[in-house]
Design a protein around this ligand. Structure first.
Ligand code: NDP
Length: 449
C-alpha cells in the first residue's frame, strides 16, 4: 500500500477526473475536500486500506430520467430529471431538488457530495443526496409547474421513501413545488407518508422554521464565528447576494441581530439600499409577484438598482453569498477586501471559487464554507422528519432555539477540529475533516458495501 499520503490523495483525484469527465463543479467540490483530508489519512491508515475516500467519492446510485409535460398552449416539452443518492451510511439519502436550466449531472453530483458532509456535520441521522431538473419554473403558470411536478414525481416516487430517500427544496423548488410533488407521491402510493419530503406547508406536516432555517442558520453561524473573535453583528454593514429563500431569511436574522443589510440581488442585477433592505417589499416583489429585483428599487425611494454589476463592489463588513455556485470570484474577493470586509459566510452551496477562498484567507478574512454555514436548512428538515415520525408539532420558538443550538454546535465542531488538526481558524478544513470522520467511521463499520 502506498504510504505517500499526498500521492494517494492525488491518485484519488485523478481517478475522479477520469471517471467523471466534464463534471467541473463536482471536480471542484471533491478537490476541496481531498485537500483537507491529507491530515486525516496521515492518522488513519485504515481509511486508505479500505479505500474509504474512494467509496465516498462514488455515489451509491444515480438516476436520470425523462420528464415529459405539456404547457398551457398544449406544446410538449421534454426535460431531464436527476436524483443522485450519494451516501446512506448515516441515514436515508437527504437533500434538495433544484429546478433551474443550468442543472446537469455534474451540478447534482457536486451538490450531493457536499450534502454528505453537511448532513454529517449536523449530527443528525441523515445520509446525503441531491436531485433536480433542467426545467425552468420562471415565467411558468402554476398549472404548468404542477403538471411538470406531477410528471417528475411519477418517475421519482419509486426511489423515495421516509426510510430511503427524502428530498426537499433548493433553487426553484419552494413550498408550491413541494406541495405538488407531495400530492402526486401520495396519489401514486396511496400512503400519507409525511416524512418522504421536507419543506411541506405548515398545515399538512411541515415544520415551524423550516422556511427560515437556512438563512437564519447562516446568520447564527456567522454570529458564532464573530463571537469567538469578540465581535457581533451589531452595527455591521452586510451584503447578501440572491433574494430567494436563503437570502430573505438571512437578511431577516441579520437585522434582528443588529446588522444592516445594504444590498441583495437576483440574476438580473442588485439593489443597494443604505437604509437597510425592507423585507416586506422584497418578499412582495420576489415571493408574491415573482418579479425582478428592480421592482424593489421602483418602490423604495432610498434604493437604487444596478444592472449587471457586481454586488461584491458594495462596501460591507460581512458578505453572505446566498445565490448560487461560483458567484464570488477572486476579483470579487479583492474588491471585498479593498472595502474592508472581514467575514465571508456562505449561505449558498460553493458560491466562492477556490481562488477567491485563497485570496480571502491570505488577507485574513474569516471564511465559513457552505457545508457548515448553510446546514441549518437540512438540520431543520431532520427536525421535520422527527416531528412527522412522532406525529408531533413544535412551536416556532422551540424550533428556532433548536436551530440556533445546532448551528453553534456545528461551528464549535469545525473550530475545534481545525485546531486539533493543526489549522486553527480554518473552518474549511474543520468542516471537511469533521464531516468526513463522521461518515468514514460509519462506512468503515458497515463493511465493504
Ligand atoms: P431560490 O430559488 O429561492 O433563490 C435563488 C436566488 O439566487 C434567486 O434570487 C436567484 O435569482 C439567484 N440565482 C440563482 N441562480 C443564479 C445565477 N446563476 N446567477 C445569479 N443569481 C442566481 O434558492 P435558495 O435560496 O433555496 O438557494 C440559494 C442557494 O442556497 C443555492 O446554492 C442552494 O443550493 C443553497 N441552499 C439552499 C437551501 C435551502 O434550504 N433552500 C439549503 C442549503 C443550501 P433569480 O430569481 O433571478 O433566478
Amino acid at each position: 500500500m502506498d504510504t505517500d499520503v499526498p500521492a494517494v490523495v492525488e491518485r484519488i483525484y485523478q481517478d475522479v477526473l477520469r471517471r467523471n469527465p466534464g463534471e467541473t463543479e463536482f471536480h471542484q467540490a471533491v478537490r476541496e475536500v481531498l485537500d483537507s483530508l491529507t491530515v486525516v489519512l496521515a492518522r488513519h491508515r485504515e481509511y486508505s486500506e479500505m479505500k474509504t475516500i474512494e467509496r465516498i467519492c462514488e455515489p451509491e446510485r444515480q438516476v436520470i430520467f425523462r420528464v415529459p409535460w405539456q404547457d398551457d398552449q398544449g406544446e410538449v416539452w421534454i426535460n431531464r430529471g436527476f436524483r443522485v443518492e450519494f451516501n446512506s451510511a448515516l441515514g436515508p439519502y437527504k437533500g434538495g431538488l433544484r429546478f433551474h436550466p443550468s442543472v446537469n449531472l455534474g451540478i447534482v453530483k457536486f451538490l450531493g457530495f457536499e450534502q454528505v458532509f453537511k448532513n454529517a456535520l449536523t449530527g443528525m441521522p441523515i445520509g446525503g443526496g441531491k436531485g433536480g431538473s433542467d426545467f425552468d419554473p420562471k415565467g411558468r403558470s402554476d398549472a404548468e409547474v404542477m403538471r411538470f411536478c406531477q410528471s417528475f414525481m411519477t418517475e421519482l416516487y419509486r426511489h423515495l421513501g421516509e426510510y430511503t430517500d427524502v428530498p426537499a427544496g433548493d433553487i426553484g423548488v419552494g413550498a408550491r413545488e413541494i406541495g405538488y410533488l407531495f400530492g402526486q407521491y401520495k396519489r401514486i402510493t396511496n400512503r400519507y407518508e409525511s416524512g418522504v419530503l421536507t419543506g411541506k406547508g405548515l398545515g399538512w406536516g411541515g415544520a415551524q422554521v423550516r422556511t427560515e432555517a437556512t438563512g437564519y442558520g447562516a446568520a447564527f453561524f456567522a454570529a458564532a464565528m464573530m463571537a469567538v473573535r469578540g465581535d457581533s453583528f451589531d452595527g455591521k454593514r452586510v451584503t447578501v447576494s440572491g433574494s430567494g429563500n436563503v437570502a430573505v431569511y438571512a437578511i431577516e436574522k441579520v437585522h434582528q441581530r443588529g446588522g444592516t443589510v445594504v444590498a441583495c440581488s437576483d440574476s438580473s442585477g442588485h439593489v443597494v439600499d443604505e437604509r437597510g433592505i425592507d423585507l416586506e417589499v422584497l418578499k412582495q416583489v420576489k415571493e408574491v409577484e415573482r418579479a425582478r429585483i428592480s421592482g424593489y428599487a421602483d418602490r423604495v425611494p432610498s434604493a437604487r438598482f444596478v444592472e449587471g454589476g457586481s454586488i461584491w463592489d458594495v462596501p460591507c463588513d460581512v458578505a453572505i453569498p446566498s445565490a448560487t455556485q461560483n458567484e464570488l470570484d477572486a476579483d470579487a474577493a479583492r474588491a471585498l477586501i479593498g472595502n474592508g470586509c472581514r467575514y465571508v459566510v456562505e449561505g449558498a452551496n460553493m458560491p466562492t471559487t477556490p481562488d477567491a477562498v485563497r485570496v480571502l484567507r491570505e488577507a485574513g478574512v474569516a471564511f465559513a464554507p457552505g457545508k457548515a454555514a448553510n446546514a441549518g436548512g437540512v438540520a431543520t428538515s431532520a427536525l421535520e422528519m422527527q416531528q412527522n415520525a412522532s406525529r408531533d408539532r413544535w412551536t416556532f420558538q422551540h424550533s428556532e432555539q433548536r436551530l440556533e443550538e445546532i448551528m453553534r454546535g456545528i461551528h464549535a465542531r469545525c473550530h475545534e477540529t481545525a485546531e486539533e488538526y493543526g489549522a486553527p481558524g480554518d473552518l474549511v478544513l474543520g468542516a471537511n475533516v469533521a464531516g468526513f470522520l463522521q461518515v468514514a467511521e460509519a462506512v468503515h463499520a458497515h463493511g465493504l458495501v
